[in-house]
Design a protein around this ligand. Sequence first.
Ligand SMILES: Nc1ncnc2c1ncn2[C@@H]1O[C@H](COP(=O)(O)OP(=O)(O)OP(=O)(O)O)[C@@H](O)[C@H]1O
Length: 381
Amino acid sequence: MINPHGEPLLSLQNVSVHFEKERLFGLAGSDTVHAVDDVSLDIYENDVVALVGESGCGKTTLGKTAIGVQRPTDGRVLYRGDDIWESKGSNGLFSRRGADGARDWKEIRRSLQMIHQDPGSSLNPNYSIESTLSAPLEKWQPEMSEADRRARIYGLLEYVGMKPAQDYAGRYPHQLSGGEQQRVALIRSLLMNPDLILADEAISALDVSLRAEMMELMLELQQQFDTSYLFISHDLANARHLTQQAGGRIGIMYLGELVEIGTPEQIIHNPQHPYTKVLLWATSDLRDRSSGVSTPPVRSLTIPEPTDPPSGCRFHTRCLEAREVCTQECPALTDHDGKGRRTACFRADPNHEYWNSDPLDEGRMMNERDASGESGHAEGD
Ligand SMILES: Nc1ncnc2c1ncn2[C@@H]1O[C@H](COP(=O)(O)OP(=O)(O)OP(=O)(O)O)[C@@H](O)[C@H]1O
C-alpha cells in the first residue's frame, strides 16, 4: 500500500488546526494551540494508516479533521477529490449537492465513520443491540426486509463470537463486556458501509489479551466490508501489529506535525527520525535490548507546549542530534530515498547543510529555556 495505485480516497492537504485557548488565572487574551500544523496525508481504498505519538500531539484532532468532524483552520480535506467543507456548506450545518456538483455531505458523512475508545458512551443505553444494529441498515438499505436484516445482524454477531446471537441481540449495552461493546460499535460502523473508519484508541481500554483479538477482527472485517482504517494509538506495538498484517503505514506525530511515515518495517526496523527512535525506545515490546541504552535518547524530557512550539524543527529542543540549523529551519516531510517512506529530518538527506552546521550552543539553549520559563511539561505528566 506504500505505492498505492489510483486516486486517494481521502487527501489531507497542508491541514492545520489551531484552537484559541483562554489564558489561565484571569489573564486577558488567549493563546493559540497548534494542535495540527501543515499535515499532508493521502489515504487509499482498503488502506490502513496508524497515527502514533505521545498524548497531546494532535492525533485525535487530525483524525477528526480527516473524517470531517473538525474543521481545519487551514488547508483542505478532499474526499474522492471533493473538498468536504465545500460539500458541508460554509456553516457546516447543511448538506447540498450544489450547482457546482459538490458531493452530498450526507454521503460523505456515511462514508467516514468513527469508533471511540469508550464504546459504552457511544452506544445508546436505551436501545437493544438488535435495535442499535438495525438502525444503519434501515437508513442505508431501506429495501432490506426485516427478516434479512435480522439474518444479517445475527450473522455478524456470530462472526464476531457473540453467540448465541439471539441472546446478545436482545441485550442492552450495560449487559455487555467492554470487548463486546467495542465489537458491536465496530459492526455498527461497518453496517453504514463506510469507506473509512477512524478508530481512535479503539482498543486501548480493552484488556491486553483482547487487543490482538480485536485487531484481528478489524482486519477480517476489513476484507468483508472493503473499508480503510485510520487507527490512532499511543502504542507503537499495536500500530505495528495492525499495519504489518494489512500492508499499511505508520505515521509518527510530534507536537502537531507528521514527522515520519512509512511501512511498519521501515518505521520499526530502520527509523530515520530521532523522535521515532525515542518512541521505539519507550515501547518495551519493541525496544532493542541489545543496545544496552537504559535512558531515553533525548536531550530533555520536557515536551514544549503546543501554544509555543519551538522554532525550526519542533523536536530540536529534545533531539540529541540537533545542530544549529535545526533551530532555524523547519525540515519538510520528504521521501529521501525514493522508497515511499517520508521523514522530516535533515539527517535523512546526505547533502543537507545540516552536516556542516555547528553543534547546538547548549548555553544559548539553556538561556532560551530560562527566558521562556520552561513552560512545557515532562513526559509522563
Ligand atoms: N477543542 C479544543 N480546544 C482547545 N484545545 C484543544 C481542543 N481539542 C484539542 N485541543 C488541544 O490540542 C492538542 C492536541 O490534542 P489531541 O487530542 O488532538 O491530541 P492527541 O494526540 O489525540 O492526545 P491524546 O492521546 O491525549 O488523546 C492538545 O494540546 C489539546 O489540549
